[in-house]
Write a protein that binds this ligand. Structure first.
Ligand SMILES: Nc1ncnc2c1ncn2[C@@H]1O[C@H](COP(=O)(O)OP(=O)(O)O)[C@@H](O)[C@H]1O
Ligand SMILES: CC(=O)OP(=O)(O)O
Ligand SMILES: [Mg+2]
Length: 404
């Protein structure tokens, strides 16, 4: 069975085409700058060079059509016809309290994703555009959705409730949901396999640090706490998002700087984090280079990012009354040896013994970066959210009674 996995953003659409007979990736790519005259389609058929096209792509329906066109292209295509795709799986960031597992799309699921637009205004509307774009181009294909929030539905109420009036939870469902759950679940399973222990016996802190960043306390294979909250703004310092701040800063800054709600929202989501402190970039690669070249603001941004992450790891060790391993994943976690080293060196009190050579080694393999006798292991596990989405979609298609 061939499954197309889609992660639709407001102006981008990432895709991977899987052959589920051996879980191989036939092709992958992305469309960026949707809505512009010079949108970019990048496409990598397996084992062949990347193809890039710059062209006008004004909305998601056209983006999907271009993706389908290139998948069946005479020269670059990997399929003879789009009918060789049997199902589509979508990443959906917010599933609220309704979904603790993946589902096939029906009217009820679409209504629920729409109902959650308010809680994930940057993500859910874009996912809906992706779903509708597939419906427009492939009217009869079954589609599944895999929620970022699903894995965290096991958190106990004392972890997911905020200490604010209960009416806000009862009326508006204001609570911690947590995100990146597909990734936290995947790397937890891989970590257990790597350590050769059942997931049921492990206490893990998984750190998904990419553009968005969150960590999770995973005990006996279940998420018991996570750093993102009602929205993907809470918790760790990120590329452009602030993470935790004193909530009183919001009304205070609004009155002092004469900001509207939309402006303060945009400030915290798009103009904060590494970008705000470094004054340079939201990208950890550029921060690290500038820091090494002696840039003080970049060094401060790096130190704040590391310090805030390390405090979360410490608090989750307390939340679970111990910890067996820390897992680093996503763009920063998989690639920044400098960040991992700073975190691990300062966690020696917990029993983390960094192996510098292993940490510095360039590799895209799953690996330990602590010494074999380290009481707490630190692992680098490349995430693969798309594979999980493809697997869930495949399973749902095989037992098709889940349409709601
Ligand atoms: N070699 C590297 N060193 C440090 N950071 C890196 C490196 N490669 C990628 N990154 C970081 O990873 C981030 C992207 O992470 P990724 O998980 O791919 O994000 P997303 O999937 O949310 O778009 C970049 O912004 C950059 O900061
Ligand atoms: C939920 C979230 O923050 O997602 P991303 O990292 O893709 O922005
Ligand atoms: Mg990501």
């Amino acid at each position: 069975m061939n499954i197309l996995v889609i992660n639709a953003g407001s102006s981008s659409l990432k895709f991977q085409l899987y052959d589920m007979t051996d879980e191989s990736v036939l092709a992958k790519g992305k469309v960026e700058r949707i809505g512009m005259e010079s949108a970019i389609l990048s496409y990598e058929p397996a084992g062949k060079p990347e193809v890039r096209e710059v062209r006008e792509i004004l909305e998601h329906t056209t983006a999907i059509r271009k993706v389908l066109d290139i998948l069946v292209h005479k020269e670059f295509g990997v399929l003879k016809s789009a009918s060789e795709i049997q199902a589509v799986g979508h990443r959906v960031v917010h599933g609220g309290e309704s979904f603790s597992s993946s589902v096939l799309i029906g009217d009820e699921v679409k209504r629920e994703i729409r109902r959650l637009f308010d809680l994930a205004p940057l993500h859910n509307p874009a996912h809906m555009l992706g779903i509708q774009a597939v419906e427009a181009n492939m009217p009869d294909i079954p589609q599944a959705v895999v929620f970022d929030t699903a894995f965290h539905q096991t958190m106990p109420p004392f972890a997911y409730l905020y200490p604010i009036p209960m009416v806000l939870y009862k009326k508006h469902k204001i609570r911690r949901y947590g995100f990146h759950g597909t990734s936290h679940a995947y790397v937890s399973e891989r970590a257990a396999a790597f350590l050769g222990k059942p997931l049921k016996e492990l206490k893990l802190v998984t750190c998904h640090i990419g553009n968005g960043a969150s960590c999770a306390a995973v005990m006996e294979g279940r998420s018991v706490d996570t750093s993102m909250g009602l929205t993907p703004l809470e918790g760790l310092m990120m590329g452009t998002r602030s993470g935790d701040i004193d909530p009183a800063i919001v009304p205070f800054a609004m009155s002092k700087e004469d900001l509207t709600l939309a402006e303060v929202n945009s400030m915290l989501n798009k103009h904060s984090g590494l970008l705000a402190i470094s004054g340079l970039s939201s990208d950890m690669r550029e921060i690290t280079e500038a820091r090494e070249a002696g840039d003080r603001n970049a060094a401060l941004a790096f130190d704040m990012y590391e310090y805030r992450l390390r405090k979360f790891i410490g608090s989750y060790a307390a939340a679970m009354n111990g910890i067996d391993a820390i897992v680093f994943t996503a763009g920063v976690g998989e690639n920044s040896a400098a960040l991992r080293a700073a975190v691990c060196r300062n966690l020696s009190f917990l029993g983390v013994k960094l192996d510098d050579a292993a940490n510095e080694a360039r590799s895209s393999e799953e690996r330990a970066i602590t010494t074999p006798d380290s009481p707490v292991a630190s692992l680098v596990i490349p995430t693969n959210e798309e594979l999980v989405i493809a697997r869930d979609t495949h399973q749902l298609i095989l037992n098709r009674d889940h349409v709601v």
